[in-house]
Design a protein around this ligand. Structure first.
Ligand SMILES: [Zn+2]
Ligand SMILES: [Zn+2]
Length: 673
């Protein structure tokens, strides 16, 4: 007997011999341990058993069977295969993402540790001792709730478009409750960073131990426990989790909620599978004939477009909870202030004035700066030399507190040089303003004010992140300065002022989504101002004060922004009007890569014609010492993705059979963000 087995490496499957004494135990969905190559062992999942002996290859035998019954169910197999097909990656990559680390040990030591762990884990399966009361809905929320239910009668997916602080979570809670009462399971997805203690505690109070939480910062053991419980006869009825929880086993899924559906972090960028958890969750729900609710204050264009086209249901919530006022957004023209030499670092006179008033009233302030570090980089004052990463095509970010410079792509870190290696002079200037520099300027401008900083440097762990939130919400600091992280749905009672230090860095990114994203981010950050009874005040600093996009943001005019941008996207053929596929090629030899990328471009054009653009070097053309080329494909929405896949894989195979392309790495990003 033989078995096809998928391993956590970028291949679909391998065939192994099943030793006679294991024949009864090797079943589809069970894990097995197998040798690979000279001395590697892997944990794989059995896809099928058969009697077709592979020809002309040496065949190895399965070493051990780890499970008494399947740990991957049929629904998961279907879902894995859909991810592999749609996102153009081998099944092994999906299996790697789909099972918690502790379930796929790759050496003897880890294997032993994992079997110990399996014995040590005891699930607390005692029935729910208590469950809290539901907090009743407001008339506006009740209306939205009813509309969602009506929409679900004939739509599988519904968009809940509700302004910030409209109380979307309350509506989710009522929907979850109803679904659980019908004996069905609910998956509630949140972006990584938004899954805080605040929301977990709130749901725990209501759903008690019917709820399991699944988070990437959990230990292997904790993740394994949730997985095993989901595969057992007594699974959690509600899973609150981040994007990877779509891979958990479900038995009777009835509802999927994707909160903050516009969030970019739902897209897995690296490594494969480069899936979008929102889109994959919609597919997952459909496999169970379950419903999907997408919630946001600033819908992604794709979702809003499908709602306009009536493919998705649409429910709007325009009233803020307890009739709180939307913040007023005041635009400050920094071009003018700079010309008159009135700027103090990143601060305009108006922002300083508003902040000083707030501090006098003992109110809190959030400052948003979309750049971490002290500044972007240093430059030699004499010759203009700029330090760059030796492995990647980027400048190094300055971190003054530690006197170091870091590559934010590969993590390479080095000390600030004493002298410029190009001209031997020792005078450097800082270019750009990062969060660390803002923190320093606050200390100079606002004497006595206390500051917290939240970015990827200060909040590397979940504990640090939660600590900063808790310190700020108990008013241990007056000012919170941070990157994108400060926008993520946090509720602070005493924040009256939000300062956006530089709206232009986001607007000027060379990306067709930059306006959409700026609108989303700035609306989210503005929504942090004025929570309890007081209307917030947002100061937005920009050099393009009279541009359409800034006006649309200040007037919260999503509709206008959407219409203007969609016209451009239709004209230049961008999503949602077409489907984008990026083909990436990586190699350590730049010249050879150039040649191979041209070759692949030609082959692609022979099939896809003018739907092919490139090859080009992406903005960061080298990462981890590998050069990169990108070929863009714009595929019509109505085209069969399966046919596209077959063409692409055939061309990839032609490329990879050429001897000179031996070390060429080809991969895809479907629906890239
Ligand atoms: Zn120099
Ligand atoms: Zn680097």
């Amino acid at each position: 007997m033989f078995a096809d087995i998928t391993l956590p490496i970028p291949f679909d499957s391998f065939t192994y011999l099943v030793p006679p004494d294991l024949e009864a135990r090797v079943m589809r969905g069970c894990r097995v341990v197998v040798p690979l190559g000279k001395n590697k062992i892997y944990t794989g999942v059995v896809l099928s058993t058969h009697n077709n002996a592979p020809q002309g290859v040496e065949i190895k035998a399965i070493m051990e069977v780890l499970d008494e019954r399947p740990v991957v169910n049929e629904q998961q197999f279907t879902f894995w295969q859909w991810i592999a097909n749609y996102y153009l990656c081998p099944l092994g990559d999906v299996m790697k993402a789909g099972l918690p680390g502790a379930m796929k040990p790759t050496d003897e030591k880890a294997l032993k540790a994992s079997s110990r762990k399996r014995k040590a884990i005891k699930s607390d399966l005692s029935p729910s001792a208590w469950a809290g009361q539901l907090s009743p809905l407001s008339p506006a929320q009740q209306k939205a709730f009813d509309e969602i239910e009506v929409s679900f009668l004939d739509k599988n997916v519904t968009l809940l478009h509700g302004v910030t602080s409209s109380g979307k979570t309350e509506i989710y809670i009522h929907l979850i409750d109803k679904c659980l009462q019908q004996g069905k399971q609910v998956l509630y997805l949140l972006p990584e960073i938004a899954l805080t203690t605040q929301i977990t505690e709130r749901l725990r109070c209501i759903f008690g131990d019917k709820m399991g939480v699944y988070h990437s910062k959990f230990t292997d053991g904790q993740r394994l426990e949730v997985y095993q419980r989901q595969a057992s006869d007594q699974p959690y009825q509600l899973i609150l989790g981040v994007r990877s929880s779509i891979f958990l086993p479900f038995q009777s899924l009835g509802l999927v909620i994707v909160d903050e559906e516009h969030e970019q972090s739902y897209k897995q960028q690296e490594p494969a599978p480069r899936y979008h958890a929102r889109n994959a969750a919609i597919m997952l729900a459909q496999m169970f004939k379950a419903k999907t609710l997408l919630g946001t204050a600033t819908p992604s264009f794709e979702v809003y477009h499908w709602a306009r086209k009536k493919l998705y249901g649409y429910v709007q919530l325009t009233q803020r909870y307890r009739n709180m006022q939307l913040p007023t957004i005041e635009v400050v023209d920094t071009k003018e202030a700079k010309r008159k030499r009135l700027m103090k670092g990143a601060f305009s006179p108006r922002l300083i004035e508003v902040m000083k008033n707030a501090l006098e009233r003992k109110e809190q302030i959030i400052l948003f700066q979309n750049r971490r570090g002290f500044s972007s980089f240093i430059e030699c004052k004499t010759c203009g030399w700029v330090p760059r990463c030796p492995h990647c095509d980027v400048t190094l970010t300055l971190h003054k507190k530690t006197s170091t410079m870091t590559c934010h792509y590969c993590g390479y870190t080095t000390r600030i040089p004493e002298r410029c290696p190009a001209c031997e002079e020792s005078k450097f200037v800082d270019i750009g303003t990062g969060t660390e520099k803002v923190e320093e300027q606050i200390a100079q401008l606002f004497e006595g004010a206390t500051t917290l900083r939240m970015d990827l440097d200060t909040a590397t762990t979940r504990a640090q992140f939660e600590r900063i939130i808790s310190d700020f919400s108990t008013h241990k600091a007056d000012i919170l300065v941070g990157t994108q992280m400060v926008t993520k749905g946090l509720d602070f009672d005493r924040v009256s002022v939000v300062g956006i230090l530089d709206a232009d860095t986001m607007l000027n990114l060379p990306d067709f989504r930059s306006y959409e994203r700026t609108f989303q981010t700035l609306s989210q950050v503005a929504g942090r101002a004025g929570r309890n009874n007081t209307a917030g005040h947002v100061i937005l600093q920009t050099r393009s004060a009279d541009s359409d996009i800034i006006r649309q943001i200040t007037q919260n005019d999503y509709w206008q922004m959407f219409c203007t941008q969609m016209e451009e996207r239709q004209m230049f053929k961008y999503p949602p009007f077409v489907r984008l596929i990026y083909v990436y090629l990586r190699h350590k030899d730049n010249e050879l890569l150039e040649h191979l990328a041209d070759d692949m471009g030609t082959r692609l054009r022979a099939v896809f014609g003018d739907r092919v653009l490139g090859p080009d070097s992406p903005p960061v053309g080298r990462i981890h010492s590998l050069y990169i080329r990108k070929i863009m494909l714009k595929i019509e929405r109505r085209a069969s993705i399966e046919k596209v896949r077959q063409h692409l894989l055939a061309i990839q195979q032609q490329m990879q059979t050429m001897p000179i392309a031996k070390n060429l790495n080809i991969y895809y990003d479907v629906d890239p963000l």
